[in-house]
Design a protein around this ligand. Structure first.
Ligand code: FAD
Length: 394
């Protein structure tokens, strides 16, 4: 069989991970990424369950363990900054012993470094036309080319999905916005996360042991908010209008995030497709099944999806491979999409009473009889969803 040429669109997590596996199976891989280089930034992300097996097989587990965030505690603060209750970070995040937590940017950089010698990367470019039947692609800058397969790893707002599948009503906005950025660690946090929550609005701030800076996350309820995805100034104005005067460190953090060079702002959304592939085109990661960041599983899904898609392509022609890929992924994806929806309610309170009740529960939990069962009720669905796939050996 002649070498199959694959174009992957997107070089964040799913794209370079897929490139790694496809190169290993003898495919000739090109990755096109709109950004001028691998994009830094993002929050801490979890690698759990089946995704741990994947990074282990890639030989990356030890390196990722060395880059772990080592977060120790999470405290809920009031508007004056008083720590109302502090809980071990692992307990709150439902993290099991084998799970990894690293910075998104670190993982993306490692995956790029692991593939850059063997894979052609086209940065600062994107596709403008795509014929799913032939694999013919036009780029914004590079010469047009024809590939045997084109895979969209271009995230929630996938251009490949739009070009090949036509419709964008597969993105389900969960009615919230998340914004993240790197800011000075002015509270001298050390592997500690602070959470401040008022109805409809939540702010998180933390610093890991490996960084002098801190990360801030703003999460707020905003049903049907329309904004321009390319207009950062407009997004920052929306953030300011929503959080200015909200209490705690809101104003200082708003000033700081505007200055951050990795400002991230997006809807909390899920992608639900009736099929992941059409003709010679398929999708992987958020482009195919974004579970929303509230699931804490987007990166794991991307890593597992890349492993399964590449493995199936190594075994059979693309039609059969795409069918098997989807069949294997669907139940796993469904469990994680549910997790994303369920968790959202816990992350943004609807009323002052709910905020107060949540903080009180955490405060009394360590002394309560039956606490293990209560903790398991929250953490078990995370572990179950993370393991809801049996990985084939390819
Ligand atoms: C800068 C950044 C910060 C993030 N921060 C967080 C976070 O803090 N918490 C969290 O849970 N998730 C975050 N995410 C999303 C997280 O990375 C994904 O949910 C998950 O890891 C799945 O990754 P993915 O590779 O499928 O998609 P994504 O990580 O979204 O990557 C998509 C990639 O495709 C590129 N791209 C998009 N459109 C095109 C196009 N038309 N042509 C070429 N390239 C294109 C993007 O620049 C990006 O590099 C972030 C993503 C990015 C890009």
């Amino acid at each position: 069989m002649s070498t199959r040429r694959v174009l992957i669109v997107g070089a964040s997590i799913a794209g370079p991970a897929l490139a790694w596996w496809l190169h290993r199976y003898g495919f000739a891989v090109t990755v096109v990424e709109r950004a001028p280089a691998v994009r830094p930034g993002g929050y801490k992300i979890d690698i759990r369950g089946a995704a741990i097996d994947v990074v282990e097989q890639m030989g990356l587990k030890d390196r990722l363990e060395g880059l772990g965030t080592d977060m120790q505690f999470m405290s809920f603060v009031n508007s004056a900054g008083k720590r109302l209750v502090s809980v071990p970070a692992d307990l709150f995040m439902g993290r099991g012993e084998a799970d990894l937590e690293v910075m998104r940017g670190d993982l993306s950089q490692i995956l790029y470094d692991e593939t850059r010698a063997d894979v052609e990367y086209l940065f600062g470019d994107t596709i403008t036309e795509l014929d799913p039947a032939t694999g013919a692609v036009s780029f914004q800058h590079a010469e047009s080319r024809t590939f045997d397969l084109v895979i969209g790893a271009d995230g929630l707002h996938s251009a490949v999905r739009e070009l090949a599948f036509g419709s964008d009503d597969v993105v389900h906005d969960l009615g919230h916005i998340v914004s993240i950025g790197t800011v000075p660690n002015h509270l001298a946090l050390d592997r500690w996360e602070l959470v401040y929550s008022v109805p409809g609005r939540t702010m998180n701030l933390y610093s890991t042991g490996r960084s002098e800076d801190a990360k801030v996350l703003f999460l707020f309820t905003a049903p049907n908010l329309s904004y321009d995805r390319r207009d950062v100034e407009q997004q920052q104005k929306i953030l300011n209008d929503t959080f200015h005067g909200a209490g705690w460190e809101s104003d200082r953090l708003l000033d700081a995030i505007v200055r951050s060079d990795d400002f991230y702002f997006d809807t909390v959304s899920q992608v639900q497709l009736t099929r992941y592939s059409v003709d010679r085109v398929s999708l992987v990661g958020d482009a195919a099944y974004c579970p929303a960041f509230t699931s804490g599983q987007g990166t794991s899904l991307a890593l597992v999806g890349a492993y399964v898609l590449a493995g199936e392509l190594s075994r059979s022609n693309h039609r059969t491979a795409f069918t098997h890929y989807e069949r294997l992924m669907r139940p796993y994806v469904a469990r994680n999409l549910k997790l994303g929806r369920d968790n959202l309610g816990r992350m943004v309170s609807k009323s002052a009473l709910q905020s107060w009740f949540g903080a009180m529960m955490l405060r009394v939990l360590p002394k309560m009889p039956g606490r293990n069962a209560m903790i398991a009720k929250v953490t078990q669905p995370i572990h179950d969803a993370a393991r809801a796939i049996t990985l084939p050996r390819y």
